[in-house]
Ligand binder design. Structure first.
Ligand code: ZN
Length: 212
């Protein structure tokens, strides 16, 4: 059986090699441990640029995830395809909520909506925050640590739907029911993202956006 490395395991090694050798080897061991821990705490999207994810989202909506685009287009009153393309590929300003300067800015200084509270106050436990009536979206630390790259792409669609329709999560969920979305009794906003990806819990009617 393979035994995992713990810090205590280094002690006999120090004794055996002598302190000088340990000083040389220590950075290598620390690097290995850091790699392992960052791998364990991430689903793979730590370095994703949200604006690139949004551009890829538009490509997905025209290929693998075409079902969503075809369905959304049926509601010509709420869904303008050309506008949605511009939002995803050009217009939405994506901000990195891990950035200390962004976190400690007031919302007003970022999006000019008169809100004096700090951006960081909106980010806890959330993948992204869209400031309604603006083109600004801040992706939180969760966006990078808790989501696969596919989920990140779906998050940009979720947020762009907020920007386009100006609906909050409850209204957006209600609108998506028209296209097969089934919210759970304890509706969580991440269910919208899960449905776009085609996650099992929310695929009862038509799998979300994937064609099959
Ligand atoms: Zn939302």
């Amino acid at each position: 059986m393979i035994k995992s490395l713990r810090s205590n395991d280094f002690r006999p090694l120090v004794h055996f090699l002598g302190n000088g050798t340990f000083l040389i080897l220590a950075p290598i061991f620390i690097a290995i441990l850091l790699c392992q821990s960052s791998y364990a705490s991430s689903k793979g999207g730590l370095n994703t640029s949200p604006s690139q994810a949004a551009t890829i989202a538009w490509q997905y909506l025209n290929s693998n995830w075409r079902r969503c685009l075809d369905d959304f287009k049926l509601d010509t009153k709420r869904f303008d395809v050309r506008k949605f393309k511009r939002l995803l590929t050009q217009e939405i300003q994506w901000h990195d909520g891990r950035d200390e300067f962004i976190r400690n800015s007031t919302i007003d200084s970022l999006v000019h909506n008169g809100d004096p509270s700090l951006v960081v106050s909106q980010l806890y436990g959330r993948d992204a925050v869209t400031f309604r009536g603006t083109l600004h979206v801040v992706v939180g630390p969760n966006f990078f640590t808790d989501n696969t790259q596919t989920e990140q792409i779906a998050i940009t669609i979720h947020e762009a739907l907020h920007v386009l329709t100006k609906m909050d999560d409850a209204d957006l969920a209600g609108w998506l029911v028209n296209f097969g979305f089934k919210p759970s009794k304890l509706f969580r906003t991440a269910e919208i993202t899960d449905w776009i990806v085609g996650a099992k819990n929310h695929m009862d009617i038509n799998n979300g956006c994937p064609k099959d």
